[in-house]
Design a protein around this ligand. Sequence first.
Ligand code: UFG
Length: 329
Amino acid sequence: MTSILVTGGAGYIGSACCRQLLEKGYRVTVVDDLSTGHAEAVPSGVSLHRIDIGDSDSLAAILSTSEIDAVFHFAAKALIPESVMNPGVFFDVNVARGIAMLETLRSHGIRKVVFSSTAAVYGTPTIVPIPEDHSKDPINSYGESKLVFERILQWYAAAYGWSVVAFRYFNACGGASDWGERHEPETHIIPLLLQTASGRRPIFEIHGTDYPTPDGTCLRDYVHVVDIAEAHLLALQKMDGSGFHAYNIGTGRSHSVKEICQAAESITKQKIHVRAGQRRPGDPSVLCASPKKLMDEFCWAPKHSDLDEIIAGAWEWEQTQCSKLVARP
Ligand code: UFG
């Protein structure tokens, strides 16, 4: 049985990948320091080790007892607003501790890595939809830290014959009654809107209405995490040779913040209290993927990324969260 190590497997995207790996019969080991992830998000049948990826001794002990064939590397700091305020910690976790992890993998002969990168590596795009060979000029330290780590992986692939796939996610979203987004603090548009719809928050603020877009609000490419997870499984089947390959994961369609607000009202059938606010530092006006390379080379296509399906699933998750709050004494 093929055995996969998932770093950050207690997080939103990492745990979605764990579920699909298990469904397809892989053995899954998770390492996660639970600084932002949740132990209960890790599906049963997965062994969870609460460690920091930079803790080489603990990671080495895990690798010595489990024969890992490939690594899905999600563990990272990932909130863009925080990365603008506090860059040092992003380079520490996403780069410095990442290198320590790579060295531990290397000393255990592991040569296949699927890396969780981001559309934030591109910065403000000059070509939309964005192809993978677009210039890279991040406007926040999160994007910069992911770009640096992509380049490090490129050097590892060249020097040690590793097979590396870097996936640049656009806006990951979606949920179901038993899983979904849970960040602390929450900064993402869909959970924030739905928490406002359910009454957990009084108001939703649009971060900027003066962008050079048709309705003045930012455009983003929203892609369901189940579609993201499927790309990861397809990557595993493509990792026989050595080399570094980067792919966008997005739909090629974009929606404005105002469109997301309208869709959330229509799906939830709730009036959502929205007000226009200032721009948020670090936000490019448009991010929209060209997914052509992924589609051509992996035969991947988004199957769950229609806005209505995304918001309906995330709304189920929000209602689960609300019922847990009510049930709490
Ligand atoms: N937004 C609001 N109000 C809010 C929250 C968000 O108007 O309260 C807006 C943002 O300004 C942005 C859009 O909604 O225009 C989406 O914001 P999110 O915070 O949901 O997501 P980001 O686009 O900032 O970032 C996400 C991931 C990153 C990834 C990026 C790539 O978190 O990891 O998508 O597209 F790099």
